[in-house]
Design a protein around this ligand. Structure first.
Ligand code: ATR
Length: 275
């Protein structure tokens, strides 16, 4: 039997086992996906001994996404650019890592709105933390002109400087002006979690074709997305990103590229609703 796991500290909240064990059953594979609580001081030992522990790979979540880089043999270009990883696997017996958060975000948006054109269009990213960095890296590969708006402008500037001319930091007073020709607006901050009010922005200048996304998925529809709907804009929540980011790891570990089905979405959504 092939086994994979998710490591974090704490780890009890992780919904990754629901996703991967659903796919294992769905595709009739002899495998298991577990949750493992790993304290920061035990991280390097755990990763170095991943095979001995019986795993073909693992997901890595908070607070280990940056620190884990030191314990793998190979990182790809995405990890190098984003400074964090979330998926560890073996290739030719060596421990390798990638980050699938940006890809998960991108595929989720593409799956919901196949007509969305990002190349040469503006994408406004709210926030300048780790999640923003992962999403910006993917949006830039899609050819978008990224604008970063953050509560602390210096962090937005610092992040923009990592990505060259395709990313620029903007201040709040530029938001309305920048809204024209914007294909995507995404909230990557934790604002709006658990029913708190989300970012408050003047959304009326966004083109009606724009997609407004939130990476928060508790609640499934944030106040930010509700506000966007009032303006007649298309919206997408964060749960699909969680499902799509899992696809890459599952394929590497178990050899089948799984599908994100409405049934899977509903199953995880029900778990989120249960709290
Ligand atoms: P993550 O790695 O999950 O993205 P992070 O690195 O802590 O988390 O980043 C959180 C982001 O959410 C930051 O951009 C933060 O803004 P600051 O850089 O000004 O701290 C933003 N954020 C969190 N709470 C916020 C709030 N109440 N209002 C506005 N922005 C907020």
């Amino acid at each position: 039997m092939k086994k994979a796991c998710v490591i974090g500290y704490p780890i009890a909240h992780s919904r990754s086992p629901i996703i991967h064990n659903y796919w294992l059953k769905h595709y009739g594979l002899d495998g298991l996906y577990e949750k493992r609580e790993v304290k920061p001081e035990a991280l390097a030992y755990f990763l170095t001994n991943l095979k001995v522990e019986g795993y073909v790979g693992c997901n890595v979540t908070i607070p280990h996404k940056e620190a884990a880089i030191a314990s793998v043999a190979h990182i790809d270009e995405i990890v190098r650019k984003t400074g964090s990883l979330n998926t560890v696997y073996f290739e030719d017996g060596e421990l390798c890592a990638t980050s699938t958060d940006g890809e998960g975000f991108y595929r989720n948006v593409q799956a919901a709105f196949p007509d969305i054109q990002l190349a040469g269009k503006k994408a406004i990213v709210l926030g300048a933390g780790g999640a923003a960095r992962a999403i910006i890296e993917r949006l830039i590969r899609a050819g978008a002109e990224v604008r970063i708006l953050n509560r602390t402008p210096a962090r937005a500037q610092e992040l923009a400087s990592l990505f060259g001319s395709q990313a620029k930091a903007i201040n709040l007073d530029r938001f309305v002006t920048e809204s024209s020709n914007t294909a995507l607006l995404v909230n990557t901050t934790s604002q709006g979690m658990k029913g708190q009010s989300g970012p408050e922005l003047e959304l009326s200048a966004l083109p009606k074709t724009a997609v407004v996304a939130d990476i928060v998925y508790v609640p499934l529809k944030t106040n930010f997305l509700k506000q966007a709907e009032v303006h007649g804009l298309r919206t997408i929540g964060g749960l699909g990103m969680l499902l799509h980011q899992a696809v890459v790891g599952f394929e590497k570990w178990f050899g089948v590229r799984p599908e994100v089905t409405p049934e899977l979405y509903q199953m995880v959504a029900n778990d989120v609703a249960r709290g």
